[in-house]
Design a protein around this ligand. Structure first.
Ligand code: SAH
Ligand code: SF4
Ligand code: F3S
Length: 470
């Protein structure tokens, strides 16, 4: 009689890098026979892959651990051992403290150490509690198995590839340089190898990810150091790869070659996430962002000159220490100048160990909440205008999965908008021309345009007319 394979449940709380890490942990334990399960109830190993970026994100993990305590106890009474691991950025930031705060935790593992997960899980089998958050000398990527073609297919037609990790920027509000360590770029050959394998498994879109992805400067096969623009060009040559995106970028690292690539490289999608955080020069300086309001706007103008229909997104923090009403208005003015297609905005959250948390001129909570509401109303206005601007246009959509209604598939436009369209299930993974007919709250609606009805067929893009919101 063969026993059932052990089950693994991994939950992600953080950014795309965190989601990517969760997938790699599943690949790693998958090599030892673990199969993924949809929830914690029947799992033998539970990994919470945590985020430390804001207080709320970090606190979520402790409430989840409270629930897992009950679950683990019940399993133990039924004679089943459950291993609970805390991974990710809270693990890195708090280490041993997690073991003290939560008895249920067997293992704490940092973002640079998870390639050792199978060995660490084994070490907990006799009841030992283990912490591994040292920054290791070896490169974890050399120890991670490639996902199987089946696992890749199950994850869809757009896949992440980490090209860069860590951050040397030290914005005064941010924990990432402490939780992820110094900036490291992976070499071109490794990235091309990963992307080729994904393409062979059916992936059509590669999203290059890194905490500071446009600071990437990796070793080329010829021994020279490549820029991100050159890497994108190389990846566009891989058969099967039709679309490229990259995130998250820092304005300081937006070089001319990369801006030009948005106009010259057809596979590079007309979409860019370029966080600015604030529109006030005083606050930008206090944040250590190392650029001014007008410098950011000038980058945006050059991007729009290279690719007039580019969909821009950003991140904003309101209520950074010392932010006045006038500083906040400078942010609103920047938002209006750029006209973002989408954005994330947050109330400033003081993080332990960061310089801004020590400041005495913290902004009261009510003021932060009031500014956030005003900012979000402006951002919402621009996002709606951008989406409305695509109605009536025909855009290429990469069909990725089941849509909201039976018979519908959902996919992504070049601008990263979700589009619902009636299409046969067999067309999943295809890039098809879709005429956008309406906007909804979280997605757009469209109809398939048959290749014959479209002059030039689906390979030819629409003439790029600037419409409202661009
Ligand atoms: N590397 C990226 C983003 C990293 S974190 C960059 O440089 O922009 C993602 C976003 O979380 C940030 O862009 C910022 O808007 C937000 N964030 C980071 N620290 C924060 C804090 N202490 N309080 C509120 N928001 C924060
Ligand atoms: Fe954090 Fe700034 Fe680095 Fe982005 S650039 S990860 S906000 S320190
Ligand atoms: Fe969070 Fe760590 Fe990402 S703090 S945002 S999971 S790098």
């Amino acid at each position: 009689m063969t026993s059932a394979p052990p089950k693994l449940y991994v939950k992600s709380y953080g950014c795309q890098m965190n989601v990517y890490d969760s997938q790699r942990m599943a690949d790693l334990l998958g090599r030892d026979g673990y199969v993924e399960t949809a929830g914690p109830d029947d799992a033998d190993v539970i990994v919470l892959n945590t985020c430390h970026i804001r207080e709320k994100a970090a606190e979520k993990v402790y409430s989840e651990l409270g629930r897992l305590r009950v679950l683990k106890q019940a399993a133990a009474e039924a004679g089943r051992r459950v291993t609970v691991a805390v991974a990710g950025c809270v693990a890195q930031a708090e280490g041993e403290e997690i073991l003290r705060r939560a008895r249920v935790v067997d293992l704490v593992v940092g973002p640079q150490n998870y390639h050792r997960l199978p060995e660490l899980v084994a070490r907990t089998s006799n009841g030992a509690r283990v912490v591994d958050t040292e920054f290791p000398a070896e490169d974890k990527f050399d120890h991670l198995p490639a996902p199987s073609a089946a696992a890749t297919r199950a994850r869809g037609f757009a896949a992440f590839v980490t090209v860069q990790e860590g951050c040397d920027k030290f914005c005064t509000f941010c924990v990432v340089p402490y939780t992820r360590g110094a900036e490291v770029s992976r070499p071109v050959a490794k990235i091309v190898e990963d992307a080729t394998r994904l393409a062979e498994a059916g992936v059509r879109e590669i999203r290059l990810i890194g905490q500071n992805v446009n600071a990437w400067h990796g070793a080329g096969p010829d021994g020279s150091t490549w820029t991100l623009a050159r890497l994108l060009e190389r990846l566009a040559e891989i058969p099967g790869i039709a679309r490229l995106r990259y995130m998250t970028s820092h304005p300081r690292d937006m070089d001319e070659a990369l801006i030009a690539a948005h106009g010259e490289l057809p596979a590079l999608m007309p979409q860019l996430h370029l966080p600015v955080q604030s529109g006030s020069d005083k606050i930008l300086a206090a944040m250590n962002r190392r650029h001014r309001h007008d410098e950011y706007v000038s980058i945006i103008e050059r991007l729009k000159a290279a690719r007039p229909d580019i969909a821009l997104s950003g991140d904003f923090i309101v209520g950074f220490p010392g932010e006045t009403e006038q500083d906040f208005r400078d942010t609103l003015a920047l938002v209006d100048a750029v006209g973002y297609a989408s954005a994330y905005s947050f109330k400033y959250s003081p993080r332990p160990g960061t310089p801004a948390a020590e400041r005495e001129d913290q902004v009261p909570e009510e003021e932060k909440a009031e500014r956030l509401a005003r900012l979000q109303a402006r951002l919402e206005h621009h996002a709606s205008a951008f989406n409305a601007g695509t109605v009536g246009r025909t855009v290429d959509v990469l069909l990725e999965g089941e849509g909201r209604l039976p018979g519908q598939l959902v996919g992504k436009s070049p601008y990263l908008q979700a589009v619902q369209v009636m299409a046969p299930t067999s067309s999943k993974g295809e890039i098809v021309p879709v005429r956008i007919t309406a906007t909804g709250s979280n997605s757009l609606f469209g109809t398939l345009v048959s290749a014959s009805a479209r002059p030039g067929g689906p390979a030819v893009d629409e003439p790029r007319v600037a419409s409202a919101g661009f």
